[in-house]
Design a protein around this ligand. Sequence first.
Ligand code: MV4
Length: 451
Amino acid sequence: MFKKILIANRGEIALRVIRTCKEMGIKTVAVYSSADADSLHVRFADEAVKIGPPSSLESYLSIPKIMAAVEITNADAIHPGYGFLSENADFAEVTEEYGVKFIGPSAKMIRQMGDKITAKETMIKAKVPVIPGSDGLLKDVKSGIALAKEIGYPVILKATAGGGGKGMRVVWSDDEFEEQWDSARQEAKASFTNDGIYMEKFIEEPRHIEFQIIGDQFGKVVHLSERDCSIQRRHQKLVEECPSPFMTKKLRKEMGEAAIKAGEAINYEGVGTVEFLVDKHKNFYFMEMNTRIQVEHPVTEEVIDHDLIKEQIKVAAGEPLSGKNYIPTLHAIECRINAEDPFNDFRPNPGNISSFHSPKGHGVRVDTHVYAGYTVPPYYDSMIAKLICKAQTREECILKMRRALDEFIVEGIKTTIPFHKALMRDEKFLAGKFDTSFLDTFELKDPNAEA
Ligand code: MV4
């Protein structure tokens, strides 16, 4: 087992990893920018190394600075968390060459899934269902229009280097093809310095359902059931739950098998997530694979009663998996609490937290790095806490979440708590009737608004 893990991240996930390391008897090293000196991840790690100014590029995204921290602290493994360098194949490669274990898949696996066309080709070979579309990159407008005719409008143009909706355009007819093509290419080039575009049939009003998988170093891959992440706004997830209200025994079996095939196709090592789009007829299609631990992993931890970070560290250290899939018997929901104003287009609202009280009680979990007196810096992601509730049924889970949200006090900054309170009383949400377009029409009433 590892002796000392350096956590190349900040915020709640850095703290989350430190907690598990402590329980496993592993020493921890935090790295931090000058904006994070007061963060709990710095306080609770065994050692902390300041790696630069607030700018992510000069701190949490700087490979040389993180490797220097590894060197001076003698860490034997790196946990990348999510975001930042967690899916950076060059970083995984550098750590491997340096002889420290990157807690995650190999650089090759990250590259294979990072390029969306390569990922899709890999899944076709593995017989995982994919969305009908172009055979690799589109060459030009003319061949694009010809293919769109064949597939049938609407179609969607996607950047091969993309993910998260950047460089993505829906096209409804021949007339607008060229315009959308140009704008997708421009955005892809600006965002990823790669303007490669491919085409798919556009699936209308799909659900986003993802499967948690874990693979060991001996080729064994299991799935840990699904998470429904359809409640999103501009490609930012706000609520995740397990099981999906849309799931059936049969669909879970089919999607779970497909997720395992996806992992086995690349000999996947570590925790990963296979994202699917599911249409209203319960047809499902591979969308992408995330090669990191995700923000919403606690939802799965609560329903299967296992520490996923511990499992992740164990497989990274070469321990074999016992090899069984997990079927959820409980229900869990996560609400992301962001320092944003839900009444003002979710505008970031960093600043000093004057008072902070976490909900407590049975079935209530709060993962956070903040506390009363803490100042949320403006430089990073606006998520300040995750509130996770679990109960026997979805109905009980929602009732518990309402109670927990009522107990959650954050003063000094605006947060997404009022949004979650309203969502937990929305009829469509309560009925489980939602897809990825749900928030396009969801209206949050401001109690302080003038009539
Ligand atoms: C799609 C789609 C419909 N049809 N692909 C959004 C981000 C990227 N991961 C892929 N995305 C989508 N791809 C086809 N062929 C709809 C979306 C999409 C979406 C997917 C999941 C969750 C929320 C979404 C919101 C808008 C669009």
